[in-house]
Design a protein around this ligand. Structure first.
Ligand SMILES: Nc1ncnc2c1ncn2[C@@H]1O[C@H](COP(=O)(O)OP(=O)(O)OP(=O)(O)O)[C@@H](O)[C@H]1O
Ligand SMILES: [Zn+2]
Ligand SMILES: [Zn+2]
Length: 806
């Protein structure tokens, strides 16, 4: 027999089912079914039905095996195009994720529909069957009875007798939003005739006709027509009954821009460095070259303007553009800028959108209506065709890596799409990740430098204030004399200040308040993490453990304590010190409600407050001309986190926040308070010297065998029983030892920082390697075997290039 076959990846996320299954395409679906569509297929035993994706079709083939047919198709057009289909497969391979999970990751939530299986009567049933099964209805929701074996048995008998059939009601949650709209039904002359026929005093009818004459072929939302004419809905209803107009349902897109204030449109003349950058990237766009550029520009150097110009070039070439930002709430102004330049062609994708808004934006993109996409991490999967350029702003940000499955890094996906479309990729940052900077050093990326601020001013001078004498003099305080008088001066000059309270790693480590000493692991030179559950200090790398000290090992002070303090407390302290200052506090609590983030920033932008005090969320992307002072209350918290990227992250954060001062015509100043004034990170931030930081940090990474010299992978195991997970992880370690390259380095297994979470114990192995041909397939094999080899409750996950080691 000849038949069309489809390869289907089913929505059963286990390793055993992580491959396409072959199904028969029934005759009625042959014309419809295509790769990239969602389908319903029978799977396993009994009446189980699952959703899946067609990932491939094979033409008419001889087959004699027992193949099951696809039950239903959920889409009329593919929801995943062939590029994204290939990408999903690559991603599943490289991130050790299930293929089905990767496919869903690419789609808006609303498309993750559940289907409902209904039983429908097609021939008359016996009175007793009718009543027992269906009552007065002629349909039955199968999920309500599927666990009752007697009913199921009865139903399958009836199905065999062709008395009933199974149908699928796809409860597609994807709902298109519509509004009532009107269009004119008559020609201009016909309206003239109608005008003759209405009474002179029927003013409203008169006006309606005149309005309809202006419409031509336009379809106008009823609301809008009412607003324009000032006529009531009764008048429009009358017009409809007289045959003057027709009402139609018009599809609308929910506007996700309501929250975002659109910045003024401005035309800037590029400075010479900007011009070189734009010209170089333009050339790659025009010649379709998949070159990666590292746009390394100091804070306020006008990177955004470069992005906007090259997006314009892509559009001029009839292509599209994709721009990623780390978190819309971190870079709220950028969306406004893109939108003001490119208007309705822009679609925005980020987690702050409702599911409906997200779905609408996604449709605008896949239909080719939106040609520019701005969005956060998952926007990298935007179904744009013919991409001309991909941009990643703040490319060093950790949020570009997803920390749940699939554990992809948007930068790697961007690279893949850049290759696919032969389009350049632009990585922009004032503080590039060491990985990217090193690749530029090696010539893999082309480096473009913006060394000066766009406003022609110098970067703001940075002053370091040693908090140890301050605290000794005045006792516990968050404000040095120096910072207070600088704040005072700003109040008098009606200028604004930004204060950063660094909460990174809050309370997780122990520091001496007298000498700044931080407890470190004797083996790894990485700070120990406080574990309240076991009342001890632990190293997350080698497992070293010691008790929480009472006295500082360096200066014997008793003032060694958990370090950290909250924004609320600090705001109150500042309120007492500067009673006349108007302060806006910005942290997770004050920005929890939708739109609050933007509201607070707008208030600050309108100078309704003098001081913006907040956590990391205020450090990036803000561009307010009146801000002339930036204060960092506590530079230390991030410095000694038990993570080899701790120094890099601190350097980034301090540089970024410093960059908020003096961005327009007024000069800026920065004050950084610290208990570790001699720390190299703080010193190099003060010098605005990213390049030296890069060189210094590279040396340390080389010595300690960390990225970018080595790649890292983390294997994580969890189980409700600690013995089980430990045993499995030690076995995995042995398995790795036997096969992998001798230069590959293993750390662990060790318990994780939060060793017990949701009643599961977590152990990890960290692998550092340079070239290891066998490692990838071995790790895939470990994933495959985990569920069959060990107890069912053991969960194994593999994270390539983990961003956080805590
Ligand atoms: N060629 C130019 N001439 C005048 N002003 C410019 C020029 N280019 C950019 N600007 C202005 O300089 C300011 C800083 O630019 P932008 O915000 O793009 O910097 P950035 O490099 O993205 O900085 P950051 O990394 O700190 O966010 C903006 O207000 C922008 O309008
Ligand atoms: Zn001390
Ligand atoms: Zn250690």
């Amino acid at each position: 027999m000849m038949a069309d076959l489809a390869q289907v990846v089913v929505d059963v996320p286990t390793m055993q089912t992580n491959q396409p299954y072959t199904y028969l395409i029934p005759d009625r679906l042959v014309e419809i079914a295509q790769a990239g569509m969602r389908v319903i297929v029978p799977f396993g035993s009994g009446h189980r039905e699952v959703q899946g994706f067609i990932v491939g079709k094979s033409p008419q083939t001889e087959y004699d095996g027992e193949l099951k047919p696809i039950s239903a198709v959920m889409d009329l057009n593919p929801v995943v195009n062939s590029e994204l289909l290939q990408l999903s497969h690559w991603m599943a391979e490289t991130t050790y994720a299930f293929w089905i999970t990767c496919l869903y990751t690419m789609l808006p939530n609303l498309l993750k529909a559940k289907s409902q299986r209904m039983v429908r009567i097609i021939d008359e049933l016996s009175e007793s069957d009718q009543m027992a099964l269906f009552g007065n209805q002629d349909e039955l929701d199968f999920s309500k009875v599927q666990h009752d074996p007697e009913t199921v048995h009865k139903l399958s008998q009836l199905q065999r007798d062709k008395k009933i059939e199974f149908v699928y009601q796809v409860n597609d949650r994807a709902r298109v939003k519509t509004v009532t709209a009107i269009k004119a039904s008559l020609s201009f002359e016909q309206y003239e005739d109608e005008l003759q026929g209405i009474a002179k005093n029927a003013k409203a009818q008169h006006q309606l006709i005149l309005y309809l004459q202006t419409l031509g072929d336009q379809v106008v939302a009823l609301k809008e027509a009412q607003a324009t004419t000032g006529l009531s809905s009764a008048t429009f209803n009358l017009g409809q009954s007289r045959g003057w107009l027709t009402k139609v349902q018009q599809e609308v897109y929910r506007d996700p821009f309501l929250q975002i204030s659109v910045a003024q449109k401005q035309t800037l003349t590029l400075n010479s460095e900007q011009k070189v950058a734009v010209d170089t990237i333009d050339q790659a766009i025009e010649q379709s070259i998949a070159q990666t550029f590292l746009l390394q520009g100091v804070t306020g150097s006008g990177k955004t303007e470069v992005y906007l110009r090259v997006i314009q070039t892509a559009l001029d070439q009839g292509k599209t553009a994709l721009m990623l930002v780390p978190e819309i709430s971190l870079t709220p102004q950028i969306v406004g800028r893109v939108r003001s330049r490119f208007g309705d062609q822009v679609a925005v994708l980020h987690s702050g959108l409702s599911n409906g808004e997200r779905y609408d934006e996604w449709r605008r993109i896949s239909r080719g209506v939106a040609k520019v996409v701005v969005g956060t991490r998952s926007a990298i999967f935007a179904p744009l065709e013919n991409i001309g350029v991909i941009i990643m702003d703040e490319e060093h940000e950790g949020s570009y890596k997803q920390d749940e499955s699939p554990r992809y890094h948007a930068r790697e996906v961007a690279k893949w799409r850049s290759d696919f479309h032969h389009a350049p990729l632009v990585l922009g940052s004032a503080t590039p990740s060491l990985e990217s900077r090193a690749r530029a050093e090696a010539g893999l990326y082309q480096r473009l430098v913006l060394s000066k601020r766009a406003n022609q001013q110098a970067l703001p001078p940075i002053e370091i204030v040693d908090m140890r004498p301050e605290v000794q003099k005045k006792g516990e305080t968050n404000f040095s004399q120096r910072l207070l008088s600088a704040l005072h001066a700003r109040l008098e000059r009606h200028e604004q200040s930004v204060l950063l309270l660094n909460r990174r790693g809050f309370s997780s480590f122990v520091m001496c308040r007298d000498c700044g000493y931080v407890l470190k692991c004797p083996n790894c030179d990485i700070s120990l993490t406080l574990h309240m559950d076991s009342h001890s200090m632990k190293c997350h790398y080698c497992g070293h453990e010691e008790s929480i000290p009472n006295r500082c090992p360096q200066c014997q002070s008793r003032r060694i304590s958990y370090y950290g303090t909250g924004t609320e407390k600090v705001t109150a302290e500042l309120g007492e010190l500067l009673p006349n200052a108007r302060i806006i506090r910005m942290d997770v609590d004050t920005t929890r409600r939708k739109g609050m983030h933007q509201k607070l920033l707008d208030r600050f932008g309108n100078h309704e407050a003098d001081i913006l005090l907040g956590t990391q969320m205020i450090a990036k992307g803000l561009d307010y001309p009146n801000v002339t002072l930036v204060g960092v209350l506590n530079a230390d918290t991030g410095l000694d986190l038990p993570d080899f990227r701790a120094a890099e992250r601190s350097f980034d954060l301090l540089t970024q926040v410093s960059g908020r001062a003096g961005r327009a015509n007024k000069a800026g100043q920065v004050i950084i308070q610290t208990f570790n004034p001699d720390n190299y990170v703080i010193q190099l931030v003060k010098e605005h010297d990213y390049e030296r930081f890069f060189a210094t940090e590279m040396n340390l990474r080389k010595l300690a065998a960390y990225p970018p010299y080595y790649y890292t992978v983390r294997i994580m195991g969890s189980h409700p029983d600690e013995k089980e997970v430990a045993k499995a992880m030690f076995e995995i370690r042995q398995q790795l030892d036997q096969v992998t390259d001798s230069r590959t380095i293993f750390l662990g297994p060790t318990p994780r920082a939060i060793a017990r979470l949701k009643n599961c114990y977590y152990y990890q192995i960290i692998i550092k390697y340079r070239l290891d041909q066998k490692l990838h397939s071995l790790l895939s094999q470990i994933m495959h075997e985990a569920q069959s080899k060990y107890s069912r409750d053991l969960q194994i996950s593999i994270d390539p290039d983990p961003q956080y080691f805590i």
